[in-house]
Design a binder for this molecule. Sequence first.
Ligand SMILES: Cc1cc2nc3c(=O)[nH]c(=O)nc-3n(C[C@H](O)[C@H](O)[C@H](O)COP(=O)(O)O)c2cc1C
Length: 337
Amino acid sequence: MIQIGNKKINTNIFLAPLSASSDLAFRLIAREQGAKFCFFEMIDSNSLVYGSPRSERILQTCPEDQPIAAQILGADPEIMLKAAELILNRAPITFLDINAACPVRKVCKKGAGAYFLNNPAPLVRVIERLSSTLSIPITVKMRVGLNQVDIPSAVQFAKSCESSGASALFVHGRSQSQENVGPVNYEAIRAIKESVEIPVFGSGNILNPPLAKKMFDETRCDGILIAKGSFGNPSIYRDIETYLATGTWHPAIELREKLKFLKKHLLLVQQIKGPHAICHIGELAKICLWYLKGFSSSSRMRAQIFKSQNNQELLAQIESIMGDDLSGEISPCAEKI
Ligand SMILES: Cc1cc2nc3c(=O)[nH]c(=O)nc-3n(C[C@H](O)[C@H](O)[C@H](O)COP(=O)(O)O)c2cc1C
């Protein structure tokens, strides 16, 4: 249980915002396997306000897809407010997060995303405008540096967010230049946790239950965000809860089990997009690769799967692989601690 502003949430383990990844099908399978709180994919405030169909698609949801938060990107307080109002009209969200973490150059050039670390004044105006106008809590997702980790600046930034009205901070323990890979600076997250009163969530390298515990232990954070660790691994939330409660975890998983999850995921994609919708095969292949990673016959399976032209052919290929003798196909502990 955690409190963000006036909202109580029954978990402190959230699915992170993941652009081009954590769509409705992704969230539904995660929820079925134990995720209790999810983010929509990030929404660009300009695209939403000026009517891009992609932003509309991002907001696709259903009653089982609750509770949920949204994250918006942008730097103009009035456009951000308009985008927030459009989201609130479309989906019941628990809180709204402002992206101050996106490392993409095009975004930073416009003075948004991770660039706010360099120039927090516009972010402060956005937080003030949104938190004083809307009834839902406003939060911020931030990094701990630009070209390199910079703990004093990150702490100062976190304090500015808090004093301008943010109700929680999601801290990705990497610099902008690290993007989403490389070592995580736990010390920076801990320094932020110790300098603010609002809840602080840690993000970065939470790929399995022991790494989740490491994040809590090293930073004393109030909660965690699961990102790459959820790719092809929808039961990670439940595994983390069990590990934190009992210290036990079974890192190995049989290929047959993974293929069952993959099949379910692809069926959800098909259900959501409709039986006749043309699914982009690259998008489907990406989902397959998440689930097949780490198995000895991955490359053979990949070759089979990449022959498919659409979701139905892909499902048939997976059925055919499931009919093979898969004994001994157990994934190793995918990530080192
Ligand atoms: C494919 C992908 C998309 C992401 N999209 C977003 C995003 O839209 N907004 C955001 O704040 N962070 C985004 N992130 C960053 C994650 O939320 C998370 O902070 C980061 O991946 C670190 O966690 P990890 O090392 O456990 O994956 C993304 C990361 C990945 C890998």
